[in-house]
Write a protein that binds this ligand. Structure first.
Ligand SMILES: *Cc1c(COP(=O)(O)O)cnc(C)c1O
Length: 387
């Protein structure tokens, strides 16, 4: 059987795959089973921060692999300790809990908020406010947090204790904070799966003021927006706010599974021994990859991300067949006249891999994509939208 046949026979039917088998990659190029080359404008859904098989990243990961691949969280390891220190120094957060995915990173932030609120305000303060159209993961609790009904229908009953309010509507949020017993508010500064929809800076600032006024915690889900994706290290840094907890994953490990939940001063001691844990969390190989990624996300590099972003906004604004361009940094959504899936299919034909998010074509290239490669991909995408 071919790989495609094996997959269709033996892998659970949860993914509608594109008709492409990836056999190797280098930087922002990937190659299929027939040797056809594609420009990768998805980077494994914002995971391969520095592209595929990046030399610097490989060396960091390999050198840890040669020492040891795993021990468990019963012992101290250098990559874990150094990565926690790096994250704290770069964000001002005080402590980090490591897991393996975005959903788990959010799960930890939710547990931290519930425990803190229960201890400081009372056990009835367990509810978390999230936004309509958000996406926070696929575990039952993070599905519950996700403000999109279509994810909920099949899996009732979900975890109780979530209310969803409209994005960019301060009044609706304040009404909930005023009338209900709330532990925390959780947001994505740019709703990724929800169609690459940035919240307005004013709304984010007001949300933080309201959270302060009503004594509720703030959690920012930086799973997709984090690690340089929006042109700042974390997207909340675009808005000048200080969250109580920040969760991240996707691009953190640069291609290896790693989630992190950062805890501010308020929450740093919320967990005691045994309150939370993860067998694979802080895996030393994943942490070594993340240390390498973070060491390269300095201000001069982030400036290049913002420049590439401007280039994409300029290229796609007012282009034929494109109704609107949304997003931030190298996280871009195109509202197209044709169905997004038709644009993506045509791009595949022409050697560019793009993603969709709701009705949008979504672009999440590696942050170090060379400008000429980016320009070439943008031309092909533009043509697919126009004709
Ligand atoms: C992808 C994503 C998640 C879920 O991450 P997994 O690693 O798939 O569990 C959560 N939140 C946001 C904003 C995401 O984009």
């Amino acid at each position: 059987m071919t790989v495609k046949e094996l997959d269709q026979n033996y892998v659970a039917n949860t993914y509608k795959r594109f008709p492409v088998e990836i056999v190797k990659g280098k930087g922002s190029f990937v190659y299929d089973e027939n040797g056809k080359e594609y420009i990768d404008m998805g980077s494994g859904i914002a995971v391969n921060t520095f592209g595929l098989s990046d030399e610097t990243w490989i060396r960091a990961v390999e050198s840890q692999l040669e020492k040891f691949q795993h021990t468990s969280n019963l012992y101290y390891t250098e990559p874990c300790a150094l990565l926690a220190k790096t994250l704290c120094e770069k964000t001002g957060m005080k402590k980090v809990f490591f897991s393996n995915s975005g959903a788990e990173a959010n799960e930890c932030a939710i547990k931290a908020a519930r425990k803190y609120a229960s201890e400081t305000k009372g056990s009835e303060y367990f509810t978390i406010v999230t936004l309509k159209n958000s996406f926070h993961g696929r575990t039952l609790t993070t599905l519950s947090a996700t403000g999109q009904d279509r994810f909920h229908e099949l899996f009732q009953p979900l975890t109780p204790g979530f209310v969803h309010v409209s994005a960019n509507d301060e009044n609706e949020l304040e009404e909930v904070l005023k009338t209900q017993k709330i532990a925390a508010v959780m947001i994505e500064c740019v709703q990724g799966e929800g169609g690459v929809m940035p919240l307005s800076e004013k709304y984010v600032k007001n949300l933080f003021s309201l959270a302060k006024k009503y004594g509720v915690l703030t959690i920012v889900d930086e799973v997709q927006t984090g690690n340089g994706r929006t042109g700042k290290l974390y997207s909340y840094m675009n808005c000048g706010v200080s969250p109580d907890s920040v969760s991240t994953a996707k691009g953190l490990g640069g291609g290896l599974p790693l989630g992190a939940t950062m805890l501010s001063e308020k929450l740093e001691n919320v967990f005691g021994y045994g309150d939370h844990g993860s067998t694979f969390g802080a895996n030393p190989v994943c942490c070594a990859g993340a240390l390498s990624v973070l060491s390269r996300l300095d201000e001069p590099f982030l400036k290049t991300v913002r420049e590439k972003s401007e280039f994409l906004f300029e290229t796609f604004s007012n282009a034929g067949g494109i109704k609107s361009v949304s997003g931030m940094g190298l996280m871009i959504g195109l509202e197209t006249e044709k169905p997004a899936s038709d644009v993506v299919s045509e791009c595949i034909q022409n050697g560019v891999l793009c993603l969709t998010a709701k009705n949008k074509v979504r672009l999440l290239p590696a942050l170090n994509i060379p400008t000429d490669v980016l320009a070439k991909a943008a031309e092909i995408i533009k043509r697919a939208c126009a004709d």
